[in-house]
Design a protein around this ligand. Sequence first.
Ligand SMILES: *Cc1c(COP(=O)(O)O)cnc(C)c1O
Length: 433
Amino acid sequence: MNYYSLNKKSKNVSFKEALIRGLAPDKGLYFPEKIMKLPNSFINNLKDFSNEEIAYECIKQFVGEDIPESDLRKIISDVLSFDFPLVKLNSQISFLELFHGPTMAFKDVGARFMSRCLAYFLSNQEENKPVTVLVATSGDTGGAVASGFYKVKGIKVVILYPKGKVSNVQEKQLTTLGENITALEIDGTFDDCQAMVKTAFLDNDLLNKIRLTSANSINIARWLPQMFYFFFSYRDLKLEQGDKIAFSVPSGNFGNICAGMMAKEMGLPIDKFIASNNINDVVNRYLNTKIYDSKPSIQTISNAMDVGDPSNFIRISNIYKNDFNLIKESLYTCSFTDDETEEGIKELISEFNYIPDPHGAVGYLGAKDFIKSHPNYKCIILETAHPAKFSEVINLYTNNLEIPSQIISVMDKKKESINIDSYLAFKNYLLDI
Ligand SMILES: *Cc1c(COP(=O)(O)O)cnc(C)c1O
C-alpha cells in the first residue's frame, strides 16, 4: 500500500516511508491510495475473531509488504495487551473504555503501534542514524508517546507541552521517565507547541542535520490503529433488528473520529459519527455555517480537545470527496461549555453511578443530544481517558474515585523539564542532543 500527500505535490511513498517522515515533503498529510473493503464474511462474523485477529485484518492492507505477517502479528499482540471493555449505561448508550493501557488514555494504542513499527524498521536497516520523534501535546499524547517509545533503541523523543495547561497526572507522565525522553515546557498554548513542531518540519537547515518524525495523529502509524476499537466495540454490542449505530467521539484533532470513518469505509456498518466538542468547535461551526473559521484554542477542563484548527479534518474532507453535504450526512457535531460538562459529570455519577473523565462527559452530552432527535440509534461513547487523570475536576463531584496503581507510582517521581521560550531555543536544543 502506498500513501499520497493530500497536498498532491510529493511523490507517493510506502507505509515505512510515510511512518518515518510523518509529514510529506510538501507538508501535506499522508493518505492511503486505496481503502479496500473487508470481506462480508469477516464483518458479519466479528464475534468469531479475537482483538488481535481483528486488528491484523484491519491493518494489513495499510502496512502492505513493509512488515512480514509474523512480525506484524507480534507487534499487534504486544500493542493490544490490555482490555477494551464496553460498559452499558442503558438500552441505548454504552461507554467504550479506552483507558486500560499504560498511560490510561486511548492514545496508548496508536503510540505503541507506531513505536514498535518504527523500532522494527530501525532494527532492519544498515545505516543507523537515530530518529528524533517530535510531539506536541495538549495533555495525553505526550504521555502515551513517552511510554510507547521509552528505552526504544535509536529513538529520541522530544515532547512539547504548554506550561501550566496540563493536569498534574499528565505532567508527571510527560516529565518523569528520563532516558531517551525529554519534555520541553513552552510558555504558551497547545497551538504554540504545534506551531513549533510544524516550523521544525519546514526548517531545511534542521532537516539536513537530523532525522525528524512526528508522533502526532498526523502520523499514519498513530492514526490508523485507532480504527481497531470501532470494530471491537461493534462486535461486543448486542444489536437488534432495525438498530442503527452511532459513535460519539470526544474530538480535538479529529484523528480518532477519522479512524472510525476509515473503519466505515472498510465496511463496518456505522450509521453516524458524533463529534462531541468542548467550546473549541470550529468543525461544528463549519457544518452550521459552511465557513471554516479556525480560532486560537481556549483552555477548558477537557484539555486534550483544546484544539483550534484540527489537523485531521483535511483527512475527513478527503474521505467524503470534499463534499460538504456528504460530510454533513455522516457527521453530527455539537459543542459544550465547561459548565455543561460539569453537569454531565454530575448526572453520570448520580443517575448511572458511572464516574467519567471530562472528555467522556462531553461524549455523553453529545450522545444524549443526538439521541433526542434520533431515537432509533444505539450509541457508543468513546471514554478516552481514565477519570483519575483529571482528579482535580472529578474529585469535586465524588469521593469514590479510585486512583489506579499506574498513576500512584508516577505521582511519586520527580518532574524534569526544560523551559523553552522561542523557536530558536527549540531548534538549538534539537541540534544539541
Ligand atoms: C487526544 C484526546 C482526545 C481527542 O482525540 P483526537 O483524536 O485528537 O480528536 C479526546 N480525549 C482525550 C482524553 C484525549 O487524550
